[in-house]
Design a protein around this ligand. Structure first.
Ligand SMILES: Cc1ncc(COP(=O)(O)O)c(C=O)c1O
Length: 440
């Protein structure tokens, strides 16, 4: 029999039912309803710790931040922080969530490519550890906001190194043609560093980049290191500025499908640390503090979404549709960038996969979640566990078709705790207003 892809603490129990964090997935579906986001706490903690330890082993002066956009909830932020990670945020809402989780502002990096005036002021007022500046407008606005409060803000300058990582174009973010940061090619990045250095209330600590996401090889990261270090040498030669901190963003890929083989954390850390040491030595630069901001590679495999199978519809000679009680609204990634997923029928986890089906959602769109999934005999009422949904699912969820957003439970050692409540119908109309003239 083909080996199942079981991630984190997932196992199949003696009754042939999928367990996550020691909890029976069918019992979870029954108790909390579906769709249900399930977060495997042990898996999340292990990933955070392993990432931190891998870099500490290969490059002691390293710091890992959890990229808060991937799974934006106070409980998850708290867990990442307890595991010794900082946090990166990209909006006032993410910052607010982090502060509500009790993360000290000094441990937070504030990114974002179009921060509002309010966000810039919030960053200064809260005293976040670093602001990643992304445009000339922002450098001026941040300087002004800091001066008005007599504050000095530590900044990183976001650089587009010109790396086209082999991933979907929507998540390639380090090319020359990008809305993010300042391009090294053409000199914009140098001008930005110069402008930030000239701002009396900004202290430039270094440079940052993020080349893309779901990257399945080490080479693009090595290339980014080479380009960033070459740029650091240019800054030293042209401006006399020595980069103290090099923030490489996130990007490491995860297993969505059984055949996916992302680099191990050891390979990833070894490649980046080795390239950084060699490049700095070649250019006579002191070794900078290395910052990483992984998101997907920490939370992705820790998440599972449980759905109840509703309609099973065969279009003769074409395909069988298995329709679940969620879809586009709780996981827009397949529609956004053809993301692929794997799933287990949780109540038949040991049964041989004898049929090929297409898993669809219930939205008024062709919201295919998984094409050509092999499943056992499947019927209404079965519980489908879609794996690797811990990153960019809940945080990208919507209320399309006015579906309430699912609850999220944290599972560990046989215990399940709600960390995000399921939305109710009242939540869906909470912000609606009926002007008096429309009331009968
Ligand atoms: C600046 C920055 N850092 C980190 C990340 C996290 O990336 P990943 O989830 O691929 O690790 C992103 C993702 O968009 C990002 O923009």
């Amino acid at each position: 029999m083909r080996q199942e892809m079981l991630l984190g603490t997932q196992r199949v129990n003696g009754d042939g039912v999928l367990e996550i964090g020691g909890c029976d997935a069918v019992a979870l579906a029954r108790e909390f309803g579906t769709p249900l986001y399930v977060v495997d706490e042990q898996c999340l903690r292990d990933k955070c710790r392993a990432y931190r330890e891998a870099f500490a082993a290969h490059y002691p002066d390293s710091h890992i931040s959890f990229s808060g956009k991937v799974l934006t909830t106070t409980a998850v932020f708290k867990i990442a922080h307890q595991e010794g990670l900082g946090l990166d945020v990209s909006s006032e809402g993410e910052l607010y969530t982090a502060l509500r989780a009790g993360i000290p502002a000094k441990d937070i990096v504030f990114h974002g490519n179009n921060k509002s005036q309010r966000e810039i002021e919030r960053a200064v007022i809260e005293g976040v550890g670093r602001v990643g500046v992304d445009s000339m407008e922002e450098i001026s606005a941040l300087q002004e906001a800091a001066a008005a409060r007599d504050a000095v803000v530590d900044v990183l300058v976001r650089v587009a190194p010109g790396v086209a990582a082999d991933t979907h174009t929507h998540i390639q973010t380090g090319r020359v043609d990008t809305k993010f940061g300042f391009s090294i090619v053409g000199g914009a990045a140098k001008e930005a560093v110069e402008a930030a250095l000239a701002a009396p209330n900004l202290r430039v600590r270094g440079i940052n980049c993020h080349i893309g996401s779901q990257i399945m090889e080490t080479e693009p990261f090595v290339q980014a290191v080479e380009l960033m270090v070459a740029f650091a040498a240019e800054l030293r030669d042209a401006l006399g500025f020595v980069v103290e901190e090099l923030d490489l963003g996130g990007g490491l890929g995860v297993r969505y499908l059984p055949e996916d083989r992302p680099p191990t954390l050891d390979e990833h850390a070894r490649a980046i640390a080795g390239a950084l040491r060699a490049a700095c030595e070649r250019r006579g630069l002191p070794l900078p503090r290395l910052i990483q901001e992984p998101g997907r590679s920490l939370a992705g495999e820790a998440g599972v979404t449980l759905y109840t199978v509703g309609v099973v519809k065969t279009v003769p000679g074409v395909r069988t549709y298995v329709v679940v009680d969620g879809g586009l609204s709780d996981n827009p990634r397949p529609a956004l960038y053809d993301a692929r997923y794997h799933a287990i029928v949780a109540n038949k986890a040991n049964a041989p996969r004898t049929k090929t089906v297409t898993v669809s959602g219930k939205h008024c769109e062709t919201d295919t979640l998984i094409s050509d999934l092999q499943v056992p005999e499947i019927e209404p009422g079965d519980i489908l566990a879609v794996q690797t949904t811990g990153a960019y699912n809940y945080s990208m969820a919507s209320n399309y078709n006015r579906l309430p957003r699912p609850a999220m439970v944290l599972v560990r050692d046989g215990r399940a705790e709600v960390i995000v409540e399921r939305e109710g119908l009242e939540d869906l109309v909470r912000l609606d207003r009926l002007p008096p003239r429309l009331r009968d």
